[in-house]
Design a protein around this ligand. Structure first.
Ligand SMILES: Cc1cc2nc3c(=O)[nH]c(=O)nc-3n(C[C@H](O)[C@H](O)[C@H](O)COP(=O)(O)OP(=O)(O)OC[C@H]3O[C@@H](n4cnc5c(N)ncnc54)[C@H](O)[C@@H]3O)c2cc1C
Length: 474
């Protein structure tokens, strides 16, 4: 180890002496990884292969004490900080260039209480890992539809998933969280403890500190009826009209996604993926029209486990390596005009890995009072994402431009709202406000206004976390 050049919060360079870095390394139970160290490159890798940043220091945290040590070290030396959960965010905000990355991914313990129907989960877990533990008891809480997505970033931004129609968003199932605030103190926040901060954590992103663990309400789930029906792209208009009407009439137990994409054989296809979370016979009835329509080229709908359901999209979105750019908005209506715009542009995908996805937000997730959590976009509507994926870095500019043009053509039909977890790296304040609507001002106030006096240090608010990376206000 030698003296280390690091980036500070104001963007300037500073040198950390070897003895200081070694002292920090010795204070951790986990490992401190610097450029060239074993595991450094694996730790800085995130889902989006376009992100290739090199933190000066990666604190591979083994537990909350390491997170406290890392936040205090960053504060003492004024370091630029980023926080990594599952590393799935399209922006790559989990990794900073030249600063300290607080890597939570080694923190993976889960404790399920099957009697109280709660699960306490550390912030480095992915949904695949969390589901495996909760499903051992036949339980689950709403999580992401891809197994490798982190529970942390997804929950802090809201959390759409196959269970949200029946049980609300991931953040609606959050009972409490342990969070290390900017002054390096660990607080437990819940409806009764620091309720404003708890409100902000449920949709406000990683703005308020480093969450070390989440306590979720869990529900009996599974087996489920789920799978996809596949149609040729030439029938995409009929398929998406059907999908629109199907979503409008589906019960809380059903959540359905639509996709325009390319099959493994290279054929352009329109797909509906649906999951019924409840009695299998009732699910068969609710799925009947979907399976009959067309008829489809392929129908994989069958009883399956909740764990398997949450791997259905995994092959389409492999972790790392692939270059990605996406844009997203909410659509309140899937009218023929917007469908026509999307279908005609989807006929010209630049890569067979690219796709357009629709995910229907409804049911319990849409009935929560919009003021109850920072995630306030509680309308029955579709999150849509135009997702470009490619491997040749020389082609990046073309894919980015194609994606932007697609999104710009669709935007006149959009609701003016966007899911914070789907914002891309270049979005400005207007779009961040669109992710919060009425809650934006309250979030800014929460981020900037001092917390209770006993949680302040040196007159600085414990929750004013400007250096900590994350999407959202401020
Ligand atoms: C393939 C794919 C599938 C997806 N599917 C879904 C889905 O089904 N439903 C859905 O709602 N969203 C989905 N998303 C979006 C997803 O919610 C976001 O990408 C989310 O940010 C991922 O969280 P993460 O922990 O993996 O990401 P990271 O990139 O590690 O973190 C995301 C942000 O949160 C901050 N952060 C992470 N952990 C903490 C923490 N413990 N404390 C404070 N801040 C923290 C980070 O600093 C960063 O700014 C998907 C994304 C991808 C790429």
């Amino acid at each position: 180890m030698t003296d280390l050049r690091v980036i500070s919060t104001d963007g300037s360079d500073k040198i950390l002496e070897e003895v200081v870095v070694q002292g920090f390394a010795d204070s951790l139970r986990g490992r401190l990884a610097c450029p060239g160290d074993d595991g450094y490159d694996a730790a800085r890798k995130v889902w989006n292969g376009m992100i290739d940043r090199h933190p000066a220091l990666i604190a591979r945290c083994a537990g909350p004490a390491d997170v406290i040590a890392a936040v205090r070290f960053a504060r003492e030396h004024g370091l630029l900080v980023s926080v990594k959960g599952g590393g799935h965010n399209i922006t790559g905000n989990a990794v900073c260039e030249g600063g300290l990355m607080i890597d939570l991914s080694p923190m993976k313990s889960v404790r399920v209480d099957p009697v109280g129907r709660t699960a306490r989960a550390e912030a480095g877990l992915t949904w695949g890992e969390y589901n495996r533990e909760t499903q051992a008891f036949g339980l689950a809480s709403t999580g992401g539809v891809v197994a490798t997505t982190g529970i942390a970033g997804l929950t802090l931004g809201g959390g759409l998933g196959w269970l949200h129609g029946k049980h609300g968003l991931s953040c609606d199932n959050l009972l409490s969280a342990d969070i290390v605030t900017a002054d390096g103190q660990l607080l437990t926040v819940s409806a009764n403890q620091h309720p404003d901060l708890f409100w902000g954590l449920r949709g406000g992103g990683g703005n308020f500190g480093v969450v070390t663990s989440f306590e979720y309400q869990v529900h009996p789930v599974g087996p489920v009826l789920a799978g996809m029906v596949v149609h040729p792209m030439k029938r995409a208009m009929e398929v998406l009209r059907f999908y629109r009407d199907f979503c409008r009439n589906c019960p809380d137990e059903m959540v359905a996604a639509g996709a325009l994409m390319t099959s493994a054989d290279g054929d352009p296809i329109a797909v509906i993926v649906a999951a019924y979370i409840g009695d299998l016979a009732a699910g068969e009835k609710a799925m009947a029209s979907l399976r009959k329509f067309g008829p489809p080229l392929a129908d994989t709908i069958a009883p399956t486990s909740y764990v398997a359901l949450n791997t259905l999209f995994d092959a389409a979105f492999p972790y790392g390596g692939v270059q990605r750019y996406w844009k997203s908005s909410f659509l309140k209506e899937l009218g023929d005009d917007v469908l026509d715009t999307m279908i005609s542009r989807s006929a010209k995908f630049l890569s067979p890995m690219s796709n357009v996805l629709f995910f229907h937000l409804h049911g319990a997730a849409a009935r929560v009072d919009r003021d109850a959590t920072a995630f306030g976009l509680r309308d029955d509507q579709w999150d849509y994402d135009v997702i470009s994926q490619w491997t040749d870095t020389a082609e990046s500019a073309g894919h980015v431009q194609w994606t932007r043009e697609f999104w710009t053509a669709v935007e006149p039909f959009a609701s003016g709202q966007v899911y914070v977890n789907h914002l891309d790296a270049e979005e400005g304040t207007t779009r961040i406000k669109a992710a919060y609507s009425h809650g934006y001002e309250k979030l800014v106030a929460l981020k900037n206004v001092p917390d209770e006096p006993e949680h302040q240090t040196d007159g600085v608010s414990s929750i004013s976390l400007a250096p900590l990376a994350g999407r959202g206000p401020g």
